[in-house]
Design a protein around this ligand. Structure first.
Ligand code: BEZ
Ligand code: FE2
Length: 404
């Protein structure tokens, strides 16, 4: 058992002082130091420095580790141009991102306080790096392919990757499933994947309504995807419309990434099924996809969290940066209220969406914790200042183990 005695603790929306935390893998008790010493006389005690703040580790629910080699290769500003540039550069980007490149991406997340991430794995090349990562990892094996003729081959490749990740036995590693998007996955594949998700009780995620091109293609089999599908995949029509796609996910809680172009009817379905939206504001801006209206989601009681997406559509994997951009993009939302929601979105809300027992400094939760060096005692505007100022993270615990 260990006891840490910080000056302040960020617990849900409140800041406490004069409380210490006893923990092993999980947080056992939060109480005044003297009480913890009485309860756990053999515990190792760490008294922390002045203005130290204990807060939960951050959770980045959507990142593409395999694409971490990109810096300037991919084209930004327009979704379809970006997609064509991905297709053109995919092999080189994947080949250029070996273990060291993936480790660098994972280490950079740790350095910015990310103690859990959701890796969208297109090829399984990132499995080893994710297994060895110090963080908790939800490893989303991605299924893609809109051509029925390719379905069997693609599904057996997906199954092999999923099974490899299911064979991993390490604390804090969770195999899971990603369905790439409504336009890129054939319903045959979706149905087969969902059966596995249900049988094995796995987490499921998908990209949904990211671009205007996706909107037009799913609604009318028209728009900028028309040439793409006709020329590259010999398809004249979308494989599903958006309602059909969402119906596959009825009665399960799915994480849907982007959702920028969703209409009211789709948002009602998201609310009814208690899905969670993953908001990646930097990716949306860089690919010319516009701004997700978080107020509209709040009005409809739709849960949302914030994530970075991959380095294929971002310049860093840093949730503090991501929250700052979200804060400035949602310029009509009351500032402090939004800052508090953003911090919740990358801690407790993300943990709940991923179904992991973390994201909060609370008894019984896994001890995934950051110690932040503030320069003054925090005020009730702490959430805002955490986002605005890049405070030093002096110490990181994951599952109770000292990582930094
Ligand atoms: C496909 O494999 O069918 C696909 C991939 C990317 C975008 C669209 C379709
Ligand atoms: Fe993504």
């Amino acid at each position: 058992m260990q006891i840490i005695n910080p000056h302040f603790i960020f617990m849900s929306d409140t800041i406490t002082s004069n409380l210490a935390v006893a923990f092993k893998k999980t947080i056992r008790k939060i109480a005044p130091l003297e009480e913890l010493i009485e309860d756990f006389p053999d515990a190792k005690i760490t008294n922390l420095h002045e203005n130290s703040l204990l807060m939960p580790g951050l959770i980045n629910a959507h990142v593409h580790i395999e694409f971490s080699a990109n810096k300037t290769q991919l084209s930004y500003g327009d979704f379809m141009n970006w997609l064509y540039s991905v297709i053109e550069n995919r092999e080189k980007l994947i080949n250029d991102c070996k273990q060291e490149c993936m480790n660098k991406a994972i280490d950079s997340m740790l350095a910015s306080g990310i103690t859990t991430f959701g890796a969208i794995s297109s090829h399984g090349m990132d499995l080893n790096a994710c297994v060895k990562a110090p963080q908790n990892v939800v490893f989303f094996n991605e299924l893609i392919g809109s051509q029925a003729t390719m379905a069997d081959a693609l599904f057996s490749d997906f199954l092999a990757r999923l099974n490899a990740s299911k064979a991993v036995q390490r604390e804090g590693f969770y195999p899971a499933v990603a369905i790439h998007s409504p336009y890129s996955v054939h319903p045959i594949l979706i149905k087969k994947a969902i059966e596995i998700v249900k049988n094995d009780n796995l987490k499921l995620t998908a990209h949904f309504m990211e671009s205007q091109a996706e909107r037009n293609w799913l609604d009318n089999s028209e728009g900028e995807f028309k040439n793409f599908f006709e020329n590259l995949l010999k398809q004249k029509y979308a494989v599903s419309d958006s309602k059909e796609f969402l119906q596959y996910f009825n009665n399960s809680n799915v994480l849907l990434t982007h959702v920028v172009k969703a209409n009211d009817e789709e948002l009602e379905l998201l609310a009814q099924n208690k899905h969670t939206v993953i908001h990646c504001p930097i990716s949306n801006r860089l690919l010319g996809n516009g701004v997700l209206d978080l107020n509209r989601l709040d009005e409809k009681n739709i849960k949302w969290i914030v994530a970075t997406d991959g380095l294929s559509s971002n310049y860093k994997l840093d949730l503090f940066e991501e929250m700052k951009i979200a804060l400035f993009m949602q310029s009509n939302t009351p500032l402090l209220e939004l800052a508090n929601k953003l911090i919740r979105s990358v801690t407790i809300d993300a943990a709940n969406a991923l179904g992991i027992n973390t994201g909060e400094i609370a008894e019984g939760k896994n001890a995934d914790m950051l110690i932040i060096d503030l320069d003054k005692a925090p005020t009730n505007e702490l959430a805002l200042h955490l986002i605005l100022h890049k405070y030093n993270i002096s110490t990181i615990y994951i599952n109770g183990k000292l990582i930094k």
